[in-house]
Ligand binder design. Structure first.
Ligand code: MG
Length: 185
C-alpha cells in the first residue's frame, strides 16, 4: 500500500493559503536508564538541562545522557518536521561519544532557523523519583533560557515523581516530556 492509495481525505484539498504557518508546535520525549555510577556501574553523572545533579546513579548513554536536552532537541526538530535527534546524531557515531548535549540542541535550533522558525516558549516535565528536581529548577531554567535565547518567563520546567511505581518510580530511569512552540522568523 502506498501513501497515495486509499480514500481521499479532505485534509489534502488546497486550503486558503499554502504559506508557511506562523506557529508550529513540537513534542519531545526521552528516557534514559539510571544505573550506579562508575566504577560500580555504567551510569554517567546525572545531568539535566546542562546542570549536574548529585546522585549515586546516572544515565546510561552514548552522549552525556542529558534527557531534558534530548527531549527539547526532538521537540524543536519535530515542530519543523526535521529528522529526529537519533538521525541527526547517531548513538553509534564516535563523534557523539561523551558529547555535550547542548551541541545537539544548538544544532537543532540552527536547523530550525534555516527552516524559518525560532523557539517561542518551552514547557517540559521531568519525571524523576530522586533526587528532587526542585533545588535545581532555577539553574536549569536559566541555562535553557540561555541556550534557547528566551527569557525565563517563557521557559518552564516541572518536576514530578512516578509515585514509586514502574522503572521510573523505582529510580531506574528518568523520563522527560517537552513541548516547544516555534514561531516563524
Ligand atoms: Mg536521549
Amino acid at each position: 500500500m502506498t501513501a497515495s492509495s486509499g480514500p481521499e481525505s479532505p485534509a489534502n484539498t488546497p486550503g486558503p493559503s499554502s504559506a508557511a504557518p506562523p506557529i508550529r508546535v513540537g513534542l519531545g520525549y526521552d528516557l534514559h536508564r539510571l544505573e550506579p555510577l562508575a566504577p560500580e556501574g555504567p551510569g554517567r553523572p546525572l545531568i539535566l538541562g546542562g546542570i549536574r545533579l548529585d546522585h549515586d546513579r546516572g544515565p546510561v548513554a552514548h552522549s552525556d545522557g542529558d534527557a531534558l536536552l534530548h527531549a527539547i532537541t526532538d521537540a524543536i526538530l519535530g515542530a519543523c518536521a526535521l529528522p529526529d535527534i537519533g538521525e541527526f546524531f547517531p548513538d553509534d557515531a564516535d563523534a557523539n561519544e561523551n558529547r555535550d548535549s547542548a551541541d545537539f540542541l544548538i544544532a537543532a535550533i540552527g536547523a530550525a532557523r534555516e527552516a524559518g522558525y525560532v523557539p517561542s516558549n518551552l514547557d517540559a516535565t521531568v519525571v524523576l523519583e530522586r533526587p528532587k528536581l526542585k533545588p535545581h529548577k532555577g539553574a536549569i531554567r536559566e541555562n535553557l533560557g540561555r541556550l534557547l535565547g528566551l527569557p525565563l518567563d517563557r521557559v518552564n520546567v516541572k518536576g514530578k515523581t512516578h509515585e514509586r511505581v514502574d522503572a521510573v518510580g523505582e529510580g531506574r530511569a528518568v523520563e522527560v516530556h517537552a513541548a516547544v512552540l516555534m514561531v516563524r522568523l
